[in-house]
Design a protein around this ligand. Structure first.
Ligand code: MG
Ligand code: MG
Length: 260
């Protein structure tokens, strides 16, 4: 969880964050080209770091509280904060790839969960509905609403499909720091929490479980896994709170292009 006060951004700062978001979208696209059966998450991590540094930026996560990788790579029952490994991905797996880019003093943060090869229908549905819940949350990220409106929209969508919503981890403000105020929980009450105002930039990131919502942390101090070992999905965008419609600074367009 983040500390401090909400950092409101000027349009000039948002321009810098937009550039970070574009580079992050392209970094995700480079990783997407390599995501397949037989690939290892270490290969994905290397490619992301190389691409980000080649473009004059820094991977936000590497070294953050001593996190050892440029990507958080979280297969199957790992919800978030998984480490890169040499174990090949196999058909039927899913993999959350979370990436942050730090460019010209500002971070952008986004995540996408991939199906690998042939994935069971119930897990395909989990991915589809988790991504849908992200956009339900983003729809609420407008001036005059409250954080709880985002939280409620996400929770309402995934609960209506019978899924669990992780409580221990939340979205967040993002900007000059990777994690800023306010927290953006994926559960909550409409009309509650901090007021959404011009200049707020948020990372909205539903973490949704096929089974129960309970999670455990592994001994490495990072990896978060579902207690019941059932799969979990994670999608994230960095957005700007705007008057009628939030502006999304990150994008899955290069991922979607690579997957075609
Ligand atoms: Mg992230
Ligand atoms: Mg985040």
């Amino acid at each position: 969880m983040s500390t401090g006060v909400i950092q409101f951004k000027t349009e000039e700062e948002i321009d810098l964050m937009r550039a970070a978001g574009r580079l992050l979208a392209r970094a995700h696209g480079e990783v997407a080209k390599l995501v397949r059966e037989g690939a290892t998450t270490r290969q994905l991590d290397h490619r992301a770091e190389e691409f980000i540094r080649d473009n004059g930026a820094t991977p936000s996560f590497k070294g953050y509280n001593n996190f050892p990788y440029s990507l958080c790579l979280s297969p199957n029952s790992i919800v978030v904060h998984g480490f890169a490994t040499d174990e090949p991905l196999k058909s039927g797996d899913i993999l959350s790839v979370d990436c942050g880019v730090f460019l010209n003093g500002y971070h952008a943060d986004s995540a996408y969960t991939y199906p690998i090869g042939e994935v069971s229908l119930d897990v395909q549905q989990l991915l589809k509905e988790t991504e849908a819940s992200l956009y339900k949350g983003i729809e609420q990220a407008v001036i005059g609403n409250r954080i709880g409106d985002i939280s409620y929209a996400i929770q309402h969508h995934v609960a209506s499909k019978g899924y669990g919503v992780v409580r221990e981890l939340v979205g967040h403000g993002v900007g000059a720091k990777l994690h800023e105020k306010p927290d953006v929980p994926n559960y909550g009450k409409r009309g509650s929490g901090p007021l959404l105002q011009a200049g707020m930039t948020l990372a909205i990131e539903p973490m949704v479980t096929l089974g129960k919502k309970d999670v455990v942390q592994e001994k490495d101090g990072w990896t978060i896994r579902t207690r019941d070992k059932k799969p979990a999905a994670h999608f994230e965008h960095t957005v700007v709170v705007r008057k009628d419609k939030a502006e999304i600074l990150t994008s899955f367009e290069f991922i979607e292009k690579a997957l075609k």
